[in-house]
Design a protein around this ligand. Structure first.
Ligand code: 6R9
Length: 667
């Protein structure tokens, strides 16, 4: 049995039921269609057909804006599951994102418009961004970073994080951004897994008016990361609010590293970067899987860039003059693909905001939209639901008429949230692109193309170009219209993950050895009679809590590492705000009592993983329901967590009294 597939039923929540009843259609306005890149359903269909039947032509025609130093000889080569794209090409991703715009007269266009949580702002033009990237590239080269080395980035939402990623790309070093919400233990585990040589971090980051002490947390991790030789520290907060300790010989202030005169060789390399093979590893991004160990999803150069470039251009209908805001954190894949590589490769003006949506109050996002004239907003359903709860008076205070397109990502959007987003934020005139994709897919796989297709609230629409996706049964037979099944991708696509870092076997077992000859997404879905996809959610042991992917096994192994815990099981329960909430069931070792332990276990998870993975409920029990073969019966626990009577077959329960006890237990 491949990891994590010992249960496959999908949680039913009210919002899912309302999605099943949903049959409204929202066509794009005539005004939007007139200017859209793709203006009809027929145009979408024929391009999609071309992308699958003649990928060579499709990708040649659609990557003309990207800079290849050596042209590719063949679009792809696959020997499933190993795939190569743009075979024979060489390129440097940072040239497509930066240098080319300087040559096309867009040097003075704003590349990044940044707003800090306290309200400080900075704008970097393409010329300035290029200059910053060149300086950091030279500094990194002088620190000994070379092509193929790994560089860890543990930073917040500041322009330097994008600079750091692009400088690594320019040097050919593989970056691994670790979300700033991760704890020092989680950071250490990821640094050690990828063997990073250098860590880029900052003194601290603003979050809801307080400081997250990133360098201090990094220091704890660095006590046990033998591969790290140097640490660059950006000063974001300053000594008074966030004092840091710098370790002699290892730690360097970012500005000092940049101000030292680089060697001629490094400066030359930074200004005229090398070109790398199309399959050179661009980055590793850790994500949750079905075991306790996070997966280092590895993306390569040309295919990834092509995937994010083309999807940004068409899905967001991006053009000169747009102010594009993706609210995702750069530590997740959405931040990589649709804050940095996609939009910069299109020459867009990207808005970057450091802080929380509700700081100092719930009008913050809308104030930013008005202030910066945001035209495209890409956010997550969990944020939308939180805004709904906060009340319509917050967006009503601001002029949102600059918006022309809205996007949603990260989890299924319920029709209620969709229609609110459409009406209150989009003023009824902005198309909504609900985009389905994953860390592993690199770029958007399912969406309605604005201007070309109508939307159905709650549906993630149709396959993007180059994507052959289907809903199938266990052995791979395609499901009938509206029949639920597993979401799979039947042909490799350019931006797909090439492997899991240092773990080819896990890559095969998780994605390719589940259903014969296809990539298994881990999601359940159905496709309706119009070909629209409705993604229901994960059907493996991965939860989606407020758009964050959390592996139940990660939570469980964190819990059992606490001295008082004997066994633990983590499950999801439907939640109106977060989509899913995390409920853990815990049995204690002899001699320990539940009293006072709840907050200790929550703190323990903060320390092992990070605050974002805090359980919503901790339930203590004498034993967990198990099958006779000793497997924890998660299906039952989910029913109990959701407050439902346990349904289904319980005849294999080791001890039925366990179930009865769990049902009546207080939280
Ligand atoms: C981009 C991103 C991937 C998982 C994915 C699915 C869920 C993402 C969705 C969606 C329904 C959407 N998901 N977008 N479900 N509709 N529009 O979120 O990547 O963090 O790897 O999560 O998120 O379950 O499998 P990642």
């Amino acid at each position: 049995m491949p990891e994590g597939l010992d249960f496959v039923e999908v949680p039913m929540s009210d919002s899912i039921e309302s999605r099943l009843k949903e049959d409204r259609r929202f066509p794009p306005s005539a005004e939007f269609c007139r200017h859209a890149r793709i203006q009809s359903h027929a145009a979408y269909t024929s391009l999609h057909q071309l992308s699958l039947e003649d990928p060579e032509t499709f990708w040649r025609e659609h990557t003309t804006d990207l800079v290849f130093r050596t042209p590719w000889k063949k679009i792809s080569e696959w020997n499933l599951p190993k795939a190569k794209f743009f075979v024979g090409a060489t390129l440097n991703v940072s040239e497509s994102c930066l240098d080319r715009h300087l040559q096309t007269g867009e040097a003075t266009r704003a590349a990044i418009v940044w707003e800090g949580e306290p309200g400080d702002t900075r704008t970097l033009t393409y010329l300035e961004l290029h200059r910053e990237v060149v300086r950091l590239t030279a500094a990194l080269a002088d620190l000994g970073v070379k092509q193929g080395d790994r560089v860890a980035i543990y930073m917040g939402m500041v322009p330097e994080t994008a600079v750091a990623m692009l400088a690594c790309a320019r040097l050919g070093a593989t970056h691994s951004v670790i979300f700033g919400g991760f704890s020092s233990d989680a950071l250490r585990e990821r640094i050690n897994d990828c063997g990073a040589k250098v860590l880029l971090t900052q003194d601290g980051a603003w979050r809801r008016g307080s400081v997250v002490p990133l360098k201090k947390m990094a220091d704890e991790a660095l006590a046990k990361t033998p591969s790290i030789e140097k640490v660059l520290v950006l000063r974001r907060i300053g000594h008074d609010r966030c004092p840091v300790t710098m370790k002699e010989g290892r730690d360097l202030w970012w500005e000092d590293a940049l101000e030292r005169k680089p060697s001629d060789a490094s400066m030359k390399l930074a200004k005229h970067p090398e070109a790398f093979d199309a399959e050179h590893p661009l980055f590793i991004l850790y994500t949750s899987g079905s075991t306790g160990k996070p997966k280092g999803v590895m993306h390569t150069t040309a295919g990834y860039l092509a995937g994010v470039h083309v999807s940004t251009k068409y899905v967001f209908d991006l053009r000169a003059g747009d102010v594009y805001w993706c609210t995702a954190d750069v530590g997740w894949v959405t931040g990589h693909s649709y804050l940095v590589y996609g939009p910069l490769s299109c020459g867009a003006t990207v808005m970057l905001y450091e802080g929380a949506p509700n700081f100092p109050d719930w009008s913050r996002f809308w104030q930013l939209v008005e202030k910066h004239g945001v035209t495209i907003l890409y956010t997550a359903p969990t944020a939308i639901r939180a805004f709904i709860r906060a009340g319509d008076e917050w967006p009503a205070k601001h002029d949102l008429s600059s918006l022309r397109l809205l996007g949603s990502v990260g989890e299924p959007i319920n029709p209620e949230a969709w229609t609110w987003y459409h009406r209150v934020i989009g003023g009824g005139r902005c198309p909504i692109v609900d985009t389905w994709w994953q860390t592993e897919t690199g770029s958007i796989m399912l969406t309605t193309l604005p201007g070309a297709c109508y939307s159905k609230p709650g549906s993630t629409g149709l396959p993007f170009f180059g994507v052959d996706i289907a809903v199938v049964k266990d052995r791979g037979e395609e499901c009938k219209a509206n029949e639920g099944g597993k979401l799979v991708i039947r042909q490799p696509w350019p931006s797909m993950a090439r492997t899991l870092w240092n773990d080819d076997q896990r890559y095969l077992d998780t994605y390719w050895n589940v259903i014969p000859n296809v990539y298994f997404t881990g999601d359940g879905a159905r496709r309706d009679e119009d070909g629209y996809f409705w993604v229901v959610g994960r059907i493996d042991d991965v939860l989606n809590v407020a758009g964050h992917r959390i592996g139940t096994a990660e939570i469980e192994s964190a819990l059992v590492s606490h001295p008082a815990v004997a066994e633990a099981a983590a499950v999801g329960r439907p939640d109106d705000l977060k989509g899913q909430a995390l409920v853990v069931f815990v049995t204690l070792k002899q001699g320990h009592e539940a009293k006072d332990l709840k907050s200790k276990l929550v703190e323990h998870i903060d320390k092992e993983i990070g605050k974002f993975a805090r359980p919503d409920a901790v339930r203590f029990t004498d034993s967990l329901p198990k099958t006779r073969s000793g497997k924890i019966m998660r299906r039952l626990l989910k029913e109990i967590a959701a407050g439902n009577e346990a349904k289904g077959d319980t005849s294999t329960l080791e001890d039925l009294s366990v179930l009865a006890k769990l049902r009546t237990d207080e939280e």
